[in-house]
Design a binder for this molecule. Structure first.
Ligand SMILES: [Zn+2]
Length: 197
């Protein structure tokens, strides 16, 4: 068992996704035995990235510059807005090159079981954006999980009063699946075969 600062390092590494106790122990040991310079550079780059990244004031994606590269690119189709759960989904969708419109990051999904209601995510801001813009299509690119479905249903109802077409991705992504884990081809097809809600 580690003690003191090493135990603390292991405890913090353990908080990373997919890192169990054994791996955390091995990583902690690696970090203190490899060349000191390398570990300190890692610590510095974590600190720099965490401090530099902020939410885009328009779409809420995590970005180094505000507004983000997507919001400040007026060559993108301003009549379409793609609604996603988190910043990671934007990078994945943009990688498919299937879509060239605007994005909007909700920052979560409605989940009554976890106590997450519509007011806990950026739904109000999304509706304001749609209300004030030139949006013609709202694409709900949300995971087809129970929480994703609740959010899609809520948004479909809330968007009824706006003169916009509301679509969702085809179910190429299996129910309970995660946009983050589907292949670029699956995601690209799900985009092409999106349908109205
Ligand atoms: Zn943005």
């Amino acid at each position: 068992m580690f003690k003191g600062v090493l135990a603390e390092l292991q405890k913090n590494l353990r908080l990373l996704p997919g890192v169990g106790e054994k791996t955390a122990q091995r990583l902690a040991m690696h970090l203190i035995t490899q060349e000191k310079e390398l570990s300190l550079r890692l610590a510095e780059s974590i600190s720099a990235a965490v401090n530099a990244m902020k939410k885009c004031s328009v779409c809420h994606i995590l970005t180094e510059v505000d507004p983000c590269i997507y919001c400040s690119d007026y060559k993108r189709d301003q009549t379409k807005i793609c609604v996603v759960e988190n910043s990671q989904d934007v990078y994945l969708i943009d990688n498919t090159h299937e879509y060239n419109g605007r994005y909007f990051v909700l920052g979560g999904l409605i989940s009554p079981l976890d106590g997450i209601s519509p007011k806990d995510i950026f739904i109000h801001e999304l509706l304001e954006t749609i209300n004030s813009g030139e949006i013609e299509e709202v694409i709900l690119a949300l995971n087809p999980s129970a929480e994703g479905e609740s959010t899609i249903n809520y948004l479909a109802a809330a968007l009824k009063k706006y003169m916009v077409k509301v679509t969702r991705l085809s179910t190429g992504i299996p129910f309970g699946g995660d946009i983050g884990y589907s292949s670029p081809v699956t995601l690209s097809n799900a985009f092409k075969r999106r349908f109205s809600v």
